[in-house]
Design a binder for this molecule. Structure first.
Ligand code: PLP
Length: 393
């Protein structure tokens, strides 16, 4: 690979553009420095006060960008997505019956887009089925609402479809991914996930009106449309990553590594979201630390304990991330999860064994852990910078 670092018209851009277009089929491809830049640009253009975005589940930055535009973000997961101990193949599906009734209730003109997050990061890294994508697309088309994919983990989602959905076992995963993209009018991509790069992302769209406005914002805040805040070498690496991620041997290894961590935690009696997701195992902290109420952040308590005991960095997906204060009253999130995400091509089996050992140690003294008190937080994306302290004995 050779990065062309020209300001405009860099060769590397066209390598990148070709790779994204051949995979997704979308007409206009804008590079951005990471996924949330794509979110911010698109939400600024398409959303605003009075609008509502519907999704199988919004990722935290997606939700924050929808809300920052003045719009509302509503999640419509299938009921089994919240039954963490029930293994089901496609817990990332959207509840299509609720989708249709929500569109009627709110009015199609007030819904700028329907988002499918693939895989569903906020609720266990669970995949959506092709059948569900097709249904969501049909309903949305009927009401003339564009479907946008949050495609951060499109390859893992496609491979789950190949493994679990009837009719896909013999189809190449690239072809499955192309079919997934065909049910949407565009996608936002954090390329740090299923494009195997250290930094990068893109926004890909079919709509020429949206894209003209998005390009303007891109120039305003990211850079010229042939680099969008990225170096030429990043664009080259991204194109290569999109090819390598679809290697089915790699995907087999990837999903098996995550399942191995899940097996180990289950053996130690740690309650996890079943089945393990594509990129992470999610621990159900509500069950693991039942003596700590949501207002004392059981999942964040476990996050801190993992770091103190084993230097293991994880992420809370619970009341610190999604809890709210309504008229001074604490409204907890629907779940208290700890996400153990596995960076791609970083860990060996012994790292995973170490994580399992640390969990076994914490499990033995779980009942002695104390919750946390929130000292300081911002109104948006509080969990990135919040300050907490251990609850007094
Ligand atoms: C599903 C999903 N969407 C969007 C993002 C945001 O992407 P980035 O971190 O590149 O800004 C992430 C990041 O973790 C994600 O997992």
């Amino acid at each position: 690979m050779r990065g062309d670092e020209s300001y405009a018209g860099a060769r590397s851009f066209f390598v990148f553009e070709k790779a994204v277009r051949e995979l997704t089929g979308y007409r206009y491809i804008l590079p951005v420095h990471q996924g949330r830049a794509a979110e911010r640009i698109l939400m600024n253009v398409a959303c605003g006060p009075g609008k509502t975005v519907l999704a199988n589940s919004h990722f935290d930055t997606t939700r924050a960008n929808v809300e920052a535009s003045g719009a509302s973000a509503v999640d419509l997961p299938v009921p089994e997505a919240l039954q963490f101990d029930v293994p089901a193949p496609f817990k990332g599906d959207m509840d299509t019956r609720v989708l249709e009734s929500k569109i009627r209730e709110l009015g199609a003109g007030n819904i700028p887009m329907v988002i499918m997050t693939l895989t569903n990061n906020s609720l266990g890294g669970q995949p959506a089925s092709m059948r569900n994508l097709r249904e969501v697309s049909e309903i949305a088309r009927h009401y003339r609402i564009p479907v946008i994919l949050d495609a951060a983990r499109f390859a893992e989602n496609a491979f789950f479809i190949k493994l679990r959905e009837p009719g896909f076992a013999t189809r190449p995963v690239r072809e499955i991914a192309q079919e997934m993209f065909s049910y949407a009018a565009g996608c936002m991509m954090s390329a740090k996930k299923d494009a195997l790069v250290n930094i990068g992302g893109f926004l890909a769209l079919n709509d020429s009106v949206w894209v003209a406005k998005c390009r303007e914002l891109l120039i305003l805040t990211e850079g010229f449309p042939t680099y969008g805040g990225l170096a030429g070498r990043d664009l080259e690496a991204l194109a290569q990553g999109l090819a390598e991620i679809l290697d089915e041997h790699y995907l087999t290894y990837r999903l098996r590594s995550v399942a191995y961590l899940g097996d180990g935690l289950r053996r130690s009696g740690v309650p996890i979201v079943e089945p393990p997701g594509g990129h992470a195992v999610y621990v159900d902290a509500k069950k693991f630390l039942p003596h700590i109420p949501p207002s004392r952040y059981p999942a964040q308590t476990l996050v801190c304990e993992l770091y103190r005991t084993g230097g293991i960095r994880s992420v809370e997906i619970g009341s610190l991330m999604f809890g709210r204060s309504q008229n001074g009253t604490f409204v907890p999130a629907a779940m208290e999860l700890v996400r153990l995400a596995l960076p791609r091509r970083v860990y060996t089996q012994s790292h995973i064994d170490f994580v399992i050992e640390v969990f076994a140690d914490i499990a033995q003294r779980a009942s002695t852990l104390r919750g946390l008190r929130l000292l300081e937080s911002n109104p948006r994306l509080a969990h990135f910078t919040a300050k907490l302290e251990p609850e007094a004995v």
